[in-house]
Design a binder for this molecule. Structure first.
Ligand SMILES: Nc1ncnc2c1ncn2[C@@H]1O[C@H](COP(=O)(O)OP(=O)(O)OP(=O)(O)O)[C@@H](O)[C@H]1O
Length: 396
């Protein structure tokens, strides 16, 4: 059975609003009450990147009255091909500011609340509590599980989507009315299996397709019009032009979610706090060095290279990424090959492992330490960060 509309209707529409939404008001099953529900709705969107910038204009266009945006990132040139709500003049600006401007251009009466922050276990419950519904347009598994669990604890529905290369998925997670994201994906994938858009690429129109489906789910949940994707996932494949539907159910003996956890650790990643520090015992002696890789910052690495220290650089990205840019003098050993037993070339000096940011390099550094290599660190922020301090050492 379909859930009742999520939001009570707001005040009657003004003449301007009736004209603005006239082509929507005439839709079968829609009408003024549905439009007033949208006007009263408060929708939080996590991520103002590929998905957020595709779906938020449609939320504004549909008449959602309040849109919260959470993102701590700024617009980069490599975002523009798919994050079409941001333009050339926005490069370097906070994504949420650029997206808020896009919304204002569509409907100045749409209220935008800016959370220029990373959503974390520490702030998620407070942030979500002010909204009727949350939409996850982030790009990583720790955030997906965090948003799912926070929505569940706050008691609001979640519309989630994900994209990679030519594919995408969309679903709704709402404990009160069906299974949740955790029923579909009870265990996060191993970090070795996860590719981000920065690593695997993505077709811009896939963002548009998935973003449009996500905003449609929001409209359906808020108004009660149509059948939301509860217990169903839509998957799309742009290459074949096909979409499919998968059904799933709640897992009977699933663990109860009672509080938020460290989602980086839950997803098999080093937590930000533990990865940069060496773990020590009470006397200050290093502990667990074999499993707690240390990071080196881009600035420190640059100083060590310029100071003539012997450094070996190991690139654990894919060959296609290394063809686009690499740190001069580095050797390539993709993480998958390393996991299967590949070894870096022998040599003297600290082995600095890097990838695009630092997810794969942390994992690789940990593996190498576990295999007995003792002078291994990962590059914090990866080649992305290094290129901003030492462009002359990055070959393109
Ligand atoms: N926990 C989080 N809190 C807030 N924003 C998040 C969180 N996790 C991811 N995001 C945001 O979600 C957006 C995802 O966008 P997208 O997938 O297009 O990747 P990107 O980081 O912009 O691009 P690229 O990976 O190519 O550098 C990013 O803007 C990112 O900052």
């Amino acid at each position: 059975m379909n859930p009742a509309p999520l939001v009570e209707p707001g005040p009657p529409l003004t003449a301007e609003r009736v004209t603005r939404f006239s082509r929507q008001l005439m839709l079968p099953g829609f009408g003024e009450l549905a439009q007033r529900r949208l006007a009263a709705a408060r929708v939080l969107v996590v991520g103002a990147g590929g998905l957020g910038s595709a779906l938020v204009p449609y939320l504004a266009g549909s008449g959602v009255g309040t849109i919260g945006l959470v993102d701590d990132d700024t617009v980069e040139l490599s975002n523009l091909h798919r994050q079409v709500s941001h333009g050339v003049a926005d490069v370097g600006r906070p994504k949420i500011d650029s997206l808020a401007d896009t919304v204002a251009g569509i409907d100045p009466d749409c209220r935008v609340i800016r959370h220029r922050d990373r959503l974390t276990s520490a702030n998620a419950l407070d942030v979500l509590a002010g909204y009727d519904l949350v939409v996850d347009g982030s790009d990583n598994f720790p955030t997906r599980y965090l948003v799912n669990d926070a929505a569940l604890l706050v008691g609001i529905p979640l519309v989630w989507g994900s994209i990679l290369r030519f594919h995408g998925q969309v679903g709704v997670s709402w404990r009160e009315h069906g299974p949740t994201y955790r029923d579909l994906f009870p265990v996060p994938p191993s970090p070795d299996e996860v590719l981000s858009c920065a690593q695997g690429g993505v077709l811009p129109s896939v963002c548009a397709w998935v973003g449009a489906l996500m905003s449609t789910e929001v409209v359906k949940l808020v108004t009660g019009v149509g059948e939301p994707l509860l217990g169903r996932v839509t998957t799309i494949d742009a290459l074949s032009g096909r979409s499919r539907e998968l059904s799933y159910q709640a897992i009977a003996d699933a663990p109860q979610i009672t509080s938020l956890v460290d989602y980086e650790l839950f997803c098999g990643l080093e937590s930000a706090a533990s990865s940069l520090a060496t773990v020590t015992d009470a006397a200050g002696a290093p502990l667990a060095a074999a499993t707690a890789p240390r990071g080196v910052t881009a600035a420190d690495l640059l100083a060590r290279v310029r100071g003539g220290e012997p450094i070996r650089l190991l690139d654990v990205r894919e060959p296609a990424e290394a063809e686009l840019r690499r740190i001069a003098g580095s050797e390539l050993l993709p993480l998958g090959d390393l996991v299967e037993g590949g070894e870096p070339p022998a040599g003297a000096g600290t082995l600095v492992v890097y990838c695009e940011q630092d997810l794969r390099s942390r994992r690789a550094a940990r593996l190498l330490l576990e295999r007995g290599h003792d002078d291994v660190v990962f590059l914090v922020g990866g080649i992305d960060r290094f290129a901003s301090v030492a462009a002359d050492l990055v070959q393109r």
